[in-house]
Design a protein around this ligand. Structure first.
Ligand code: NAD
Ligand code: DAU
Length: 358
């Protein structure tokens, strides 16, 4: 079996669902259930014997050691993190605690477990650390896309905390020989995405007649990948990646934020036109920019493509259609996720000036 952390979050939940759709290997899923953890996303597998959900913190060494001893996983995949850049700007403390200190405790527990394995299991064991392209910093328009050899230049408390965790993971391989794999992926989108992030926020706000907040001039560029393609890349890295190596994952799909927002609006115009006959794009509102906002990310995915034979299955055109349709088909999931904690965040973050009706 495998143990994953953060499997009630956006990518983790998609990973669990895809894993169980593709094989019968048991998956033990440890998640703290912060505001971002949502068991609703796992409804279809919550009574499945192949999925064991455990509420807990990656920083709780006692709990982790107990789980490792009880389940003897052949691999651990670490999704657990505080993941929202804007929240890291408002309050970095939780990011330091989970992304850095939590990852350290997790690594220590795993090192202890791994050391006690017999030589065959020790050789086969893998720790896969799921990280982000944001560790590389911001690109100028003419710069080549991020390669695995780029220097780390994180700019936000979020990306700095992820960079620190990547360094710890690397050190545990170099110093102790722990068989680690690290992936650095670009922006994901798809089902079960928490509506504090750009694409689901735009869909949810558009449908409720609210402003569609675009930071600054909306010309910041992100490289979007359908979440299920990220999950297939992770399965490929887990199966065939070389211990100690890092793999960039991306969809060769750079787009400016404003273009993304227009695409979502156009799809909503097609699938669920406004009752007043006007266009959703009329709800677009330019708001105060994110402090330290990275201008451009782009992933050079040649290493994982050439060495591990991975390619995304979705184009952006097909993936975004599926995503918008999924939100239209799942209003209950959206309603449940918009808990008190989420509303408090929206009120706080968009409270000033022109952002206040987002
Ligand atoms: P998310 O915020 O949706 O989910 C994070 C999950 O981790 C939640 O279920 C939360 O309850 C859990 N968690 C938080 N702190 C925990 C702790 N201390 N112990 C146990 N569980 C804890 O995040 P996501 O978007 O699914 O991202 C998953 C991972 O992928 C993160 O490490 C993130 O940095 C990375 N990543 C995300 C993207 C993206 O576009 N979303 C892209 C590249 C990499
Ligand atoms: O690049 C990978 C990263 O992508 C992951 O590591 C992060 O966990 C994930 O949250 C994501 O980070 P971003 O900051 O790029 O995603 P977000 O959806 O918050 O923002 C995408 C872009 O849209 C970014 O340039 C900021 C902008 N934006 C965002 C929000 C929430 C807006 O213009 N308006 C908004 O209201």
């Amino acid at each position: 079996m495998i143990l994953i952390t953060g499997g009630a979050g956006f990518i983790g939940a998609n990973f669990v669902l895809d894993w169980l759709a593709g094989c019968d290997e048991v998956i033990v899923n440890l998640d703290k259930l912060t505001y971002a953890g949502n068991l609703d996303s796992l409804k279809s597998v919550i009574n499945d014997k192949r999925h064991v959900f455990v509420q807990g913190d990656i920083g709780d060494s006692h709990r982790i050691k107990q789980l490792l001893t009880q389940y003897q996983p052949r691999a651990v995949v670490n999704f657990a993190a505080e993941s929202h850049v804007d929240r890291s700007i408002h309050g970095p403390g939780d990011f330091i605690q989970t992304n850095i200190v939590g990852t350290f405790h997790l690594l220590e527990s795993i090192r202890g477990y791994w050391n006690e394995l017999n030589s065959g299991s020790k050789r086969e064991f893998r720790f896969l650390h799921v990280s982000t392209d944001e560790v590389y910093g911001s690109l100028a328009q003419e710069d080549p896309a991020f390669c695995e050899t780029n220097a780390y230049q994180p700019n936000s408390p979020y990306s700095a905390s992820k960079a620190a965790s990547d360094h710890l993971v690397r050190a545990y391989h170099h110093t102790y020989g722990l068989p680690v794999l690290t992936t650095n992926c670009s922006n994901n989108y798809g089902p079960f995405h928490f509506p504090e992030k750009l694409i689901p926020l735009i869909i949810v706000n558009a449908l409720s007649g609210k402003a569609l907040p675009v930071y600054g001039d909306g010309q910041q560029i992100r490289d979007w990948l359908y979440v299920k393609d990220h999950c297939s890349a992770l399965r490929q890295v887990l199966a065939y990646g070389q211990p100690g190596e890092t793999y960039n994952i991306g969809g060769w799909n750079e787009q400016a934020n404003l273009d993304i927002v227009h695409t979502v609006c156009n799809l909503l115009d097609e699938f669920r036109p406004r009752t007043d006959g006007r266009k959703y794009s009329e709800q677009i509102t330019f708001v105060t920019d994110r402090p330290g906002h990275d201008r451009r990310y782009a992933i050079d995915a040649r290493k994982i493509e050439q060495e591990l034979g991975w390619k995304p299955a979705e184009t952006f055109a097909s993936g975004i259609r599926k995503t918008v349709q999924w939100y239209l088909d799942n209003p209950e999931w959206v309603a449940n996720v918009q808990s008190g904690a989420y509303r408090d965040w929206v009120a706080k973050h968009y409270a000033t000036g022109e952002n206040n009706d987002a």
